[in-house]
Design a protein around this ligand. Structure first.
Ligand SMILES: NC(=O)c1ccc[n+]([C@@H]2O[C@H](COP(=O)([O-])OP(=O)(O)OC[C@H]3O[C@@H](n4cnc5c(N)ncnc54)[C@H](OP(=O)(O)O)[C@@H]3O)[C@@H](O)[C@H]2O)c1
Length: 430
C-alpha cells in the first residue's frame, strides 16, 4: 500500500523532510509506503538542493490540498496565512495533516482541531515544539498514566544561544544578537525569539497537551530577554544561578486553573535546565507517579525537525496501514480536550524574586528595604550589598517564595523612597 503526500514548503524543514523520504534505507520500513506527489513553493526559479521529477514542484498550493489522490498534507510554510487556510481546506477535503507550525497551532488550534475531529482526520505537530526532540507524543501517550504537575523548559534555541554567550563570554545582548544573526541562529527580525513570543506559542501547545485543556495564547504572560544585563548575569552566577528564558506551565490553585508564563528566570546551578546551553532545548516534565523526566536535544534545524515531521507521517501511515480507514480516530493521536482552562493572573502566582537596587550610600537603606518588603508580606532570603561607587550603593535581594502581587506592591512603595535611585532589574527565581 502506498500513501501519497503533498508537502507545502520546501525551505529548511521541507528540504530535510524530502531528504529523509527519498532515502529510506536503514530507516523505518514503513517509509517506503510514503510517496511525495506534490511540493508547493512560492518561487519555481529558486535553486533547490534536491532535484525532483518535473511537475512535482508547483506554486499551486490549493491544487495540492484538494488533490483527491493525496492522503496527507505536510504544512511547512511557516507564518499564519496562507498556512491556516490551507490546513483548513485540506481538512475539509478529508486529508490528514502534519505541521511544524507552532504559531498557527497555538493561535488557531481550537478551530483546526474542531474541524479535524469533525472530518475524522489527524493533525500531528511533533515538529512544532522542541524541533527534533520527541516531546509531543510522550505527553500524549507515554506519560498518559501520570497526573502532570509541571512542564517547563528552554524551548527557544536563539535566546538560549544568546544567553549562553552572554554568560560564558560576558558579551552584551546587542553584540551577541548580531553574532547570532550572522551565524544564522537568529532571524533578521528577531522579535518573535527575543521577546519570548515563540516560546509562548510552544508553552501554549505543551500546556494544553500536559493538562488536557485548551489555553488561550493571548493570556500567557510573556517577557523576553532584551532587558537582561551582563551585570545581572554576573550577580546571578555569584549567588549560584544562571539566567535562562523559561517557558513554564504548572497546575494552578483549582483543578481548572493553570499558571502559564514565559520569562527570564534565575535557575539554580544544580537544576537540570541550568546546563542546557547554546541552541539546545530541554523540557522537564513532572508527574505523578513518574517524578521528573527531561527531554533534551536539538530544538531546531533541517534534519532534527524533519525527523519529528517524518515521525508524525509514520504514525498516520501506521494507523492507515493497520485499519485502512479512520472512521474512529485513535484517541492517543487525536486531540481529545475541548474545554479552556483559566490562566491564573500573575499577581496570584507565588515565586521567588531577584531584584537589583541602586541606592544612596546612607546608613539604614537595607533596613528600609527590609521594612517595605515586610509590610507587604515579602520575606527576604538574602540581601547583598555588592559595591559602592560615587556614593551609589548596589544592593541585590533574593526573596523567599511570595505572591507576585505582594512583591509588586512592595516594589511600588520602595520606588517612592528618596534613598532609592533606581531599580534596574527584577527577575523571577526558580
Ligand atoms: N527552521 C527550523 O529549524 C524549524 C524548527 C521547528 C519548526 N519550524 C517550523 O517549520 C515551518 C517551516 O520553517 P522553515 O524554517 O522550513 O521555513 P523556510 O525555510 O522559510 O521555508 C518556507 C517554505 O515555504 C514556502 N512558502 C512560504 N510562504 C509561501 C506561500 N505563501 N506560498 C507558497 N510557498 C510558500 C517557501 O517557498 P520558496 O522556497 O519558494 O521561498 C519555502 O519553501 C515553520 O512553521 C517553522 O516555524 C522550523
Amino acid at each position: 500500500m502506498v500513501y501519497n503526500i503533498g508537502i507545502l514548503g520546501m525551505g529548511t524543514v521541507g528540504t530535510g523532510t524530502v531528504e529523509i523520504l527519498l532515502n529510506p534505507t536503514g530507516r523505518h520500513p514503513l517509509l517506503t509506503s510514503i510517496k511525495i506527489k506534490k511540493i508547493g513553493v512560492r518561487s519555481l526559479d529558486k535553486p533547490r538542493k534536491i532535484t525532483l521529477p518535473p511537475g512535482v514542484i508547483t506554486t499551486d498550493l490549493e491544487a495540492i490540498v484538494t488533490d483527491p489522490e493525496i492522503d496527507i498534507i505536510v504544512e511547512l510554510l511557516g507564518g499564519i496565512e496562507p498556512a491556516r487556510s490551507l490546513i483548513l481546506q485540506a481538512i475539509a477535503a478529508g486529508k490528514h495533516i502534519v505541521t511544524a507550525n507552532k504559531a498557527v497551532i497555538a493561535r488557531y488550534g481550537d478551530e483546526i482541531y474542531t474541524a479535524a475531529n469533525a472530518a475524522k482526520v489527524y493533525v500531528l505537530i511533533e515538529g512544532a515544539v522542541g524541533g527534533g526532540i520527541p516531546v509531543i507524543e510522550p505527553l500524549k501517550q507515554s506519560l498518559g498514566a501520570n497526573r502532570i504537575s509541571s512542564v517547563m523548559g528552554i524551548v527557544n534555541g536563539t535566546t538560549n544561544y544568546i544567553l549562553t554567550k552572554m554568560t560564558t563570554q560576558g558579551t552584551a545582548f546587542n553584540q551577541v544578537l548580531s553574532e547570532a544573526q550572522s551565524l544564522g541562529y537568529a532571524e533578521a527580525d528577531p522579535t518573535a525569539d527575543v521577546e519570548g513570543l515563540d516560546a509562548a506559542d510552544k508553552i501554549a501547545i505543551l500546556s494544553s497537551l500536559a493538562f488536557n485543556r485548551r489555553v488561550k495564547r493571548e493570556e500567557i504572560f510573556t517577557e523576553g530577554i532584551t532587558k537582561i544585563d551582563s551585570v545581572d548575569i554576573n550577580y546571578a552566577a555569584k549567588l549560584g544561578f544562571v539566567i535562562k528564558l523559561l517557558a513554564i506551565a504548572q497546575a494552578g490553585d483549582t483543578p481548572n486553573q493553570l499558571q502559564v508564563r514565559v520569562h527570564p528566570t534565575l535557575v539554580p546551578h544544580n537544576h537540570p535546565l541550568a546546563n542546557i546551553n547554546d541552541v539546545y532545548n530541554a523540557i522537564v516534565v513532572e508527574g505523578d507517579p513518574i517524578g521528573q523526566v527531561m527531554f533534551f536535544g536539538p530544538g531546531a534545524g533541517s534534519g532534527p525537525t524533519a525527523s519529528a515531521v517524518v515521525a508524525d507521517l509514520l504514525n498516520i501511515v501506521g494507523v492507515l496501514f493497520s485499519s485502512g480507514k479512520t472512521e474512529v480516530l485513535d484517541p492517543l493521536l487525536s486531540c481529545s480536550h475541548q474545554e479552556y482552562c483559566e490562566i491564573m493572573p500573575t499577581e496570584a502566582i507565588s515565586t521567588r524574586f531577584y531584584a537589583r537596587f541602586l541606592t544612596q550610600d546612607v546608613p539604614g537603606v537595607i533596613g528600609e528595604l527590609g521594612t517595605c518588603f515586610g509590610k507587604h508580606n515579602v520575606s527576604l532570603e538574602s540581601v547583598v550589598q555588592t559595591g559602592c561607587q560615587d556614593n551609589v550603593a548596589e544592593i541585590v535581594v533574593i526573596t523567599h517564595k511570595v505572591k507576585e502581587g505582594d512583591f509588586q506592591q512592595a516594589v511600588q512603595e520602595i520606588q517612592q523612597r528618596t534613598a532609592i535611585i533606581k531599580m534596574p532589574s527584577i527577575f523571577r527565581v526558580l
